[in-house]
Write a protein that binds this ligand. Structure first.
Ligand SMILES: Nc1ncnc2c1ncn2[C@@H]1O[C@H](COP(=O)(O)OP(=O)(O)OP(=O)(O)O)[C@@H](O)[C@H]1O
Ligand SMILES: [Mg+2]
Length: 265
């Protein structure tokens, strides 16, 4: 069976001479849930935009057996759903219902099938009752959920989620994690929120300086303090805050807290 996603020697620059992606290689297996992490501005969103051909760099991107190239774009857009970091980049129709129906209608499904997909996707995102709402009047968290529903309604083989957990309240976060864990599709999930990522990803890849610096089991990567720190992601604050929270240490969690040095690691 081919890899669900195969990326070889991918390089891309927005500005000549300033590469954002630099000879990047990555493989994702069918059905795998891969977390993609890295400091801000290192090209995570840029990489996702290559998966369905919105951007095209040099090198190779393959989805299953299909090369991402101009002549395969229609096929690729069916196979790969992308949930944008900013929901306003995803939503353009007058109502929520129209936004969610757009993909399935475009793929030629019958009216009944489209209605069923819209109903199921809205229900999955706790948006039943929002059908006639104007997407751009909704709150950020609601728009984020509509953006997710637009992709879930098309049921693609591969879904790339760009910061799906931001702007969600705790119960919506738990619901989304349950939904993600139940998806059969191959997933690439970009997030700065490590706890949700650990709750749903098999492997994690670190993107830094245009390349994949490490890839491995999610817990091994995120628990490797030295690897995380050397790639610009110091989890010291989160660790202290979690420890203080669970040990019921009173007061603020921040850097004013003193721990014996062997306990700060
Ligand atoms: N359309 C664009 N034109 C020019 N430069 C861009 C464009 N989009 C992104 N960049 C630049 O490319 C680099 C990578 O951006 P990208 O949005 O992919 O990073 P990111 O890792 O997703 O960041 P974040 O974690 O903040 O979302 C950044 O330096 C950014 O300023
Ligand atoms: Mg981004």
């Amino acid at each position: 069976m081919p890899e669900a996603i195969q990326i070889k020697n991918l390089s891309f620059s927005y500005t000549p001479g300033k590469p954002v992606l630099n000879n990047l290689n990555l493989e994702v297996k069918p059905g795998e849930k891969l977390g993609l992490i890295g400091p801000m501005g290192t090209g995570k969103s840029t990489l996702l935009l290559h998966l369905n051909g919105i951007l095209a760099g040099s090198g190779m991107v393959k989805i299953g057996d299909t090369l991402v190239e101009n002549r395969s774009l229609a096929d690729i857009r069916r196979k790969v759903g992308l949930v944008f970091q900013n929901p306003d980049d995803q939503l353009f129709s007058p109502t929520v219902e129209d936004d969610v129906a757009f993909g399935p209608l475009n793929f030629g499904y019958s009216r009944e099938e489209v209605a069923k997909r819209v109903r199921n996707a809205l229900e999955a995102m706790s948006l039943t009752g929002f059908e006639k709402s104007v997407s751009h009047h909704l709150s950020m968290g609601e728009r984020k959920r509509v953006a997710l529903a637009t992709v879930i309604a098309t049921n693609p083989e591969v879904i790339a989620f760009d910061e799906p957990f931001s702007s969600l309240d705790p119960s919506m976060m738990a619901q989304l994690l349950k939904l993600i864990n139940g998806l059969q599709a191959t997933l690439v999930i970009v997030s700065q929120l490590f706890l949700p990522l650990l709750s749903c990803c098999d492997r994690v890849a670190i993107l830094n300086k245009g390349s994949i610096m490490a890839v491995g089991p999610a817990q091994d990567i995120i628990r490797d303090d030295e690897l995380m720190r050397s790639n610009g992601m110091d989890l010291g604050f989160y660790k202290k805050a979690c420890r203080a929270f669970f040990n019921k240490i009173p007061g603020r969690f921040l850097f004013t807290m003193k721990y014996p040095s062997n306990k700060t690691k």
